[in-house]
Design a protein. Structure first.
Length: 144
């Protein structure tokens, strides 16, 4: 039987792991992981959120979000009040650093990609993302 493989799986995985390694290195002085900074970044952009909304935006399950929030609270990077999670001042500092290093990562990554290729990649990824969202939406409708 012929094995069917998603043609971009290894490339997507490699990009994700490379980004995480880059961010872990750049933010090591803050003693946070790339996974934790994802939540700080979301809270920095969105403001205070309920954990369920944070899970949805981060596209992860609620137990993972709960664990990350607990770890970030232990590091005094987030706090909770009125069922909302929000950043502390130190959390905001790290989120700003994440944004700075994220931008530099993207610039480094794309410096050898010409504008035309970048537009093609963007269009293809948008189509794949839209299809993925339609699949998920249809799954959610069937669960009702």
């Amino acid at each position: 039987m012929k094995k069917i493989c998603f043609p971009l799986k290894s490339e997507i995985f490699s990009l994700k792991k490379s980004f995480e390694s880059y961010m872990n290195d750049k933010l090591k002085a803050f003693e946070v992981t790339a996974g934790q900074t994802q939540f700080l970044h979301i809270l920095y952009k969105e403001g205070a959120l309920k954990q369920s909304a944070l899970s949805k935006i981060a596209e992860c399950d609620k137990s993972y979000t709960h664990r990350m929030v607990r770890e970030l609270m232990d590091k005094n990077l987030v706090q909770t009040s009125d069922d909302l999670v929000n950043l502390t001042e130190q959390g905001k500092v790290i989120a700003k650093e994440f944004d700075k290093y994220s931008l530099s990562w993207h610039q480094l990554l794309l410096e050898e990609v010409d504008k035309e290729d970048l537009e093609t990649i963007k269009r293809v990824l948008e189509k794949i993302s839209q299809k993925a969202q339609r699949i998920i939406n249809n799954m959610e409708k069937k669960d009702v």
